[in-house]
Design a protein around this ligand. Structure first.
Ligand code: TLP
Length: 360
């Protein structure tokens, strides 16, 4: 029997569950550009409700969700304040600037994934013909590059209040907001109570094959719907994929707790190994960033060595690697992963690995 591959490269690698496939096969559909797909409409209504907002829009990806949101809040030449380690700033091709002319104002991301809100206020431009108009503050929860850390309710509220007190809107990249809600034991709606827009992913920890949803007030969603169309994201019988999204938000949120337990187990196991450093405090959800502190093996060699034991994960630059637990990874798989690490590190050679770095 071939050994199972344990895929820790991301929580995006999962395949749809049986329930999702069944729902997809029997989903009632219509033309969603006409607003006539009952399954898309249902997914949008359910997600708006879950996040406590007036309206929602089904989009193809997290990147499209962020892009359509930012471009619906800002016009060309407007400025957006965001973190220098945020996904929007680091890993979306600068699309908000390239396609929408939105000027990014990156501020230092603190280790816990937050921005210093006093610095946000200082960075807001006064009304002056030399400056762009600052329109938007964007934050990320959970914060990927900070190890999947959760931004707590108090910070989310404070960010919203800070933005609103200065005439800005607040956008939340909530690709993994579900993980934050489960880890913090708080309703997703409560976390984003002060946000003007939120983008949530269905195809990360929740296991759906495709899709994200953005939420906000009806006026914002009206603009975002136009924006989605010009970005080429107006799709037709999209209920086929939205059906899996409905299963994702009804059946798959609570089980994220299992991914968090597995990530913790992996992190604690790795922390005991010679030459591996993990900041255990950073491991709050499904993401484990760790540092390789060895002279005899590089991150690329380590991941190539693990691959020979059918364990996949990504070097993400410098000495860092990232592992993300997910639906397809069990507690027993974590034991096998730790054994594979021990073997590769003991041999001290890994395998010939290229130096390719995958963004994580
Ligand atoms: N993140 C992916 C890669 O791009 C790194 C991953 O494997 O983590 N916001 C956040 C916080 C994200 O982590 C991602 C994807 C996105 C937005 C974009 O989502 P997609 O990939 O659906 O466009």
């Amino acid at each position: 029997m071939t050994e199972k591959t344990i895929d820790l490269r991301s929580d995006t690698v999962t395949h749809p569950t049986e329930d999702m496939r069944k729902a997809m096969a029997s989903a009632p559909v219509g033309d969603d550009v006409f607003g006539e797909d009952p399954t898309v409409n249902r997914l949008e209504a359910m997600t708006a409700d879950l996040l406590g907002k007036e309206a929602a829009l089904f989009v193809s990806s997290g990147t499209m969700g962020n892009l359509a949101s930012v471009l619906s809040h800002c016009g060309r030449g407007d400025e957006m304040i965001l973190g220098d380690h945020s996904h929007i700033f680091t890993a979306e091709q600068g699309g908000t600037a390239a396609l929408g002319g939105v000027f990014p104002r990156p501020l230092p991301t603190r280790p816990d994934g937050t921005l210093d809100l006093d610095l946000v206020v200082e960075s807001i431009r006064p009304d002056n013909e030399h400056y762009p108009r600052t329109r938007l503050l964007a934050i990320e929860n959970t914060h990927n590059r900070s190890g999947g850390r959760c931004l707590p309710v108090e910070y989310m509220d404070a960010a919203g209040n800070t933005a609103h007190n200065h005439g800005l809107k607040l956008h939340v990249d909530g690709a993994r907001l579900w993980n934050a809600a489960v880890a913090l034991n708080v309703a997703p709606a409560r976390l984003v109570q002060e946000a003007d827009s939120v983008s949530v992913c269905l195809s990360k920890g929740l296991g759906a094959p495709v899709g994200s949803v953005i939420v906000g007030d009806a006026d914002f969603i009206g603009r975002a719907r136009r924006m989605r169309k010009v970005l080429g994201g107006g799709t037709r019988q999209a209920g086929i994929i939205a059906a899996a999204g409905i299963v994702a938000i009804t059946e798959m949120i609570e089980r994220l707790a299992d991914d968090h337990v597995n990530a913790r187990k992996l992190a604690e196991g790795l922390a005991k190994m010679d030459g591996i450093f993990v900041d255990l405090e950073s491991v709050q959800t499904d993401i484990v960033y760790f540092e390789l502190r060895r002279d005899d093996i590089t991150p690329a060699q380590l991941s190539a060595g693990l691959k020979e034991s059918n364990v996949l994960l990504n070097p993400t630059g410098g000495n860092l690697l990232r592992a993300v637990t997910n639906l397809s990874v069990s507690s027993a798989d974590i034991d096998r992963t730790l054994d594979a690490f021990a073997r590769v590190l003991d041999s001290g050679t890994g395998a010939a690995g290229d130096d390719a770095v995958v963004y994580g």
